[in-house]
Design a binder for this molecule. Structure first.
Ligand code: PSU
Ligand code: MN
Length: 308
């Protein structure tokens, strides 16, 4: 039997197909943030607003999810709604992709899962909230997000607001360095820390200008250096949370996760939900603001890459 080509699983939405035909750049968006990262209905509303930000700047958003045994590149409003409210979507990283595609189940792709699908569809830029990373206590738990391995191997630029302080940001950056993943920062010297602007760790290179970011990325890939690039940009000042508050709440959420023996893929969604509850919902407003800002940076990068 001939092997079925990977691209035969892809299904482009009509707007994505039209944008591609017209030569308009695409920006991939993940769906775990919708299905597992935010509550309904804010998740669906945010997903639509993020898409609108990208369209407003002249690029086309392509939210990626698994539905009916296909890798869907671009979702309709009804499909975003289904993903956001069903509560049934699997969280799909590299490991889970074959199982969920073969079963035909609903799947929400993580950063790793979305990178794989974006690369298959030839999309170079992907906007998310925060990347997964090395969890605190990883020397004992071995909990290192598959996002980092994917960044090492799959050639997609990932725009994010850094990584959350639920992670060990220092070890996350060490891991990325070991695997040759460049960490660029836009707007400041340091890597961002999701709810707060400054992680206290320097990014590898600061490139504020989209054309300079595009030149960097093109140079990497032209050299045959496969793999991703992280582009970190801080949450807008007005939406940032105070660092002391988020540190204290993060500590409490981590202690609760340990006490309840939360493990594996449930860890990140558990911590996000607890942080939201412990901040009285303010972390959600911050999360929404930073994703929309990331979408602006990502759309500008996609436009710059298109004419580079
Ligand atoms: N960070 C967030 N919100 C999220 C995630 C990360 O601020 O929703 C999701 C992303 O999809 C990321 C995934 O790829 O969590 C990482 O999960 P894990 O730590 O299980 O690899
Ligand atoms: Mn994990």
């Amino acid at each position: 039997m001939d092997a079925r080509p990977a691209h035969s699983w892809l299904a482009l939405s009509p707007p994505v197909a039209a944008a591609r035909a017209a030569g308009r750049p695409l920006v991939a968006l993940e769906s775990t943030i919708i299905a597992h990262g935010m509550p309904y209905p804010e998740n669906v509303r945010t997903a639509r607003e993020v898409e609108a930000v990208i369209r407003g700047l002249g690029a086309e958003p392509a939210t990626i999810a698994l539905m009916g045994g296909r890798i869907r590149i671009g979702l309709s409003d009804d499909e975003l709604e289904l993903l956001g409210r069903s509560g049934q979507a699997h969280k799909v990283s590299r490991r889970d992709l074959p199982a969920v595609l073969a079963s035909g189940d609903l799947g929400a792709t993580t950063v790793a899962g979305t990178m794989i699908c974006a690369a298959l569809a030839g999309i170079e830029v992907f906007v998310t909230g925060g990347i997964g990373g090395v969890h605190r206590g990883a020397p004992q738990s071995f909990d290192i997000s598959a996002d980092l391995q994917e960044l090492a191997r799959t050639s997609v630029a990932v725009v994010c607001a850094g990584a959350k302080s639920i992670l060990d940001i220092g070890l996350t950056l060490e891991y990325l360095e070991t695997h040759g993943v460049p960490v660029l920062s836009c707007g400041q010297d340091n890597f961002a820390a999701f709810y707060t602007r400054d992680s206290g760790f320097r990014a590898d290179y600061r490139l504020d200008d989209a054309d300079a970011q595009a030149r960097f990325i093109r140079t990497k890939w032209a050299l045959g250096l496969a793999g991703g690039v992280v582009l970190s940009t801080p949450v807008p000042q007005a939406a940032a949370l105070p660092r002391e508050e988020i540190d204290a709440i993060t500590g409490q959420a981590l202690a609760e996760a340990a006490a309840q023996h939360i493990a594996g893929k449930a860890v990140t969604p558990f911590l996000l939900a607890r942080i939201k509850a412990l901040t009285g919902g303010r972390s959600l407003a911050t999360n929404i603001a930073l994703v929309k800002h990331n979408a602006e940076v990502g759309a500008r990068l996609a436009l710059a890459l298109a004419h580079s």
